[in-house]
Design a binder for this molecule. Structure first.
Ligand SMILES: [Zn+2]
Ligand SMILES: [Zn+2]
Length: 145
């Protein structure tokens, strides 16, 4: 009496091809909600940002309406991108605030995190050492296509 055997090809597939049945969808990046807190940049900090950024940056390059794009957080400071420096400089001007308008702006290095290649290797748009998830791991209705 012989034991029933699977067709040879099936066995090979079972051995050589990973079982995709329970794999997540390829586009399923795990996403967490965005903070989205908004504020306005006071005029004196617009001027300060221009000074920090350098002479090539004009007033219209400075974001006066700020929005925290960090992962939703309870407590801690909100952070918003204000303006880019020269394209050769991997830093940007950021504003910080808790309650009320921002009181300070400062230069921060860019976060160097890169998302998975199967998602097009997206770059994180936050600053180095930011709290929470990287930009590509955050669900932001403003940036969804
Ligand atoms: Zn925030
Ligand atoms: Zn990041």
């Amino acid at each position: 009496m012989s034991t029933p055997r699977l067709p040879v090809r099936h066995q090979q597939q079972g051995n050589c091809v990973p079982d995709m049945t329970f794999s997540p969808e390829p586009h399923a990046l795990r996403r967490v909600p965005v903070c989205g807190e908004r504020t306005a940049l006071p005029a004196d900090l617009v001027r300060r940002s221009l000074t920090l950024a350098g002479s090539h940056v004009q007033t219209e390059d400075v974001e006066a309406t700020l929005r925290c794009a960090l992962q939703a957080h309870t407590g801690g400071e909100h952070h918003a991108f204000v303006t880019q420096l020269d394209s050769t400089d991997a830093r940007a001007v950021w504003a910080m605030w808790t309650d009320g308008p921002p009181t300070t702006v400062e230069l921060r290095a860019d976060c160097e995190a890169v998302g998975p290649p199967e998602h097009g290797s997206p770059l994180c748009c936050e600053f180095d050492g930011h709290p929470g998830a990287h930009t590509y791991g955050i669900h932001d209705p403003w940036t969804e296509r």
